[in-house]
Structure formats: C-alpha cells, structure tokens
Design a protein around this ligand. Structure first.
Ligand code: ITT
Ligand code: NA
Length: 206
C-alpha cells in the first residue's frame, strides 16, 4: 500500500520520510505532496498541535484518497509561557532580518530570551502526528524533546530552531540538534518519538 506524507516543508518532509523508511516496512510506498496535483494548504486555525495535525491530514485524504500522515510541530519555551508553540513556523511574521523565515524566527527567539539567564532557558520541541485513513479512522500521537535554548547558533543540519536547541540527552553531548547527524536526531527527536508510535499502523497498511 501507499502512505502520503502531507507536509509542504521540504526539510520536515525529509525527516518524516527518513523515519518511516528506517522502519523498513516492506510493501509500503512513501509518497509526498509533490506526487499529486498541487492544492492550497489548508488554514491551520486549530487551537492545538493535535487540531492542526488533523486539519492537514484530513485535507490530504480528501484531496488524494490515500492514507495520510501530517505533523504539526513547534518549540515551546518555558520562559515564554510555551510560546511560540503552534505559531512556531511563522512566528517572526515575515519581518526577517536574515535570508529565510527560519533566520527571522531564530533572531526573534534570541531577542525574546536576551535577558533570561542560562538556567532558565528550558524548552521542549513538540511533534504531533496525525494518521487519517480513507475510511475516516484517525490516530494522533505526540512526541516531546526537552532541551535548552543557547545564545548563539551552532550547526548546519536540520531546520527551524535546531541551531539554538541543545537537547538534555547525554547522547547529544552538549551539541545542538543542528550539530547531530540525521540518524542521531531521529533517535532522540520529538518527531522520531511521535512516529515510532505509528509504526504498527503503518505495517498494517503495507
Ligand atoms: P507543514 O505544516 O506543511 O508540515 P510547517 O513548517 O508549516 O510545514 P508547522 O506548521 O508544523 O509546519 O510548523 C513547524 C515549525 O516548528 C517549523 O517550521 C519549525 O520552525 C519548528 N520546528 C518543528 N520541528 C522542528 C525541528 O525538528 N527542528 C527545528 N524546528 C522545528
Ligand atoms: Na504549516
């Protein structure tokens, strides 16, 4: 069978594909939105990661008829009462100082935390993945990844807020998530933790 990974973010899609393919499910073909006629992204107006993940996965099923998996994710910063959370993708609102949305978002995060001392810079990446079947069956799973926001970007892997996030895990050894090899990130990350819970359902699709 086939599974559609319904993300318009190329770097996120790459991670989703990597984790699903690493599960080694024979007979399961992974496809992306690029394999279908383009459709406008649905409005992510839910009040939670769960609602937004379902909005994206339901739209993908309606458009393609395929079992569809969507991720809604973001970073929740303790000192900012959980912000930017579900607003993470476009937090800086286009007022970017650098060359990309990610650059602007990271600049804004550094500015918002400029007066916050090292021991109060805790944060969690959150990934909620929704798997929606053509018959309407819906499964929603969540993964979280604790760490701290540092004061200067490090590393070129990953995407988004990775250059500023140092995971709590000993295995990361103080590196940012942008300094981890792709398979190291997958083994620890919010997205990896969410997706592993879907593997039995994906097996059933094969
Ligand atoms: P789709 O909705 O099309 O999947 P998107 O990038 O708009 O793509 P979200 O609305 O879920 O996705 O926003 C997720 C944002 O959270 C993402 O753009 C990053 O800024 C941040 N983020 C999520 N996971 C991350 C990760 O693993 N590393 C760094 N930043 C991450
Ligand atoms: Na989005």
């Amino acid at each position: 069978g086939r599974i559609l990974l319904a993300s318009g973010n190329a770097k996120k899609l790459k991670e989703l594909r990597r984790v699903v393919e690493a599960a080694g499910i024979s007979g399961l073909t992974v496809v992306g939105l690029g394999d279908f006629e383009a459709y406008p992204e649905p409005v992510e107006n839910g009040a939670s990661f769960e609602e937004n993940a379902l909005i994206k996965a339901r739209e993908a099923v309606a458009r393609t008829g395929l079992p569809s998996l969507a991720d809604d994710s973001g970073i929740c910063v303790d000192a900012l009462n959980g912000m930017p959370g579900i607003l993470s993708a476009r937090w800086s609102g286009g007022l970017v100082s650098g060359s990309s949305v990610d650059e602007g978002n990271n600049d804004l995060l550094l500015a918002q935390l400029s007066d916050v001392p090292e021991d109060r810079r805790g944060a969690a990446f959150v990934s909620v993945c929704a798997l929606v079947m053509p018959d309407g069956a819906e499964t929603v799973v969540r993964g979280e990844w604790r760490g701290a926001i540092i004061a200067q970007r490090r590393g070129g892997e990953g995407f988004g807020y990775d250059p500023l996030f140092v995971p709590d895990d000993a295995a990361a050894g103080g590196r940012t998530s942008a300094e981890l090899a792709p398979d190291e990130k997958d083994a620890l990350s919010h997205r990896g933790k969410a997706l592993v819970q879907l593997v039995p359902l994906l097996r059933a699709l094969a």
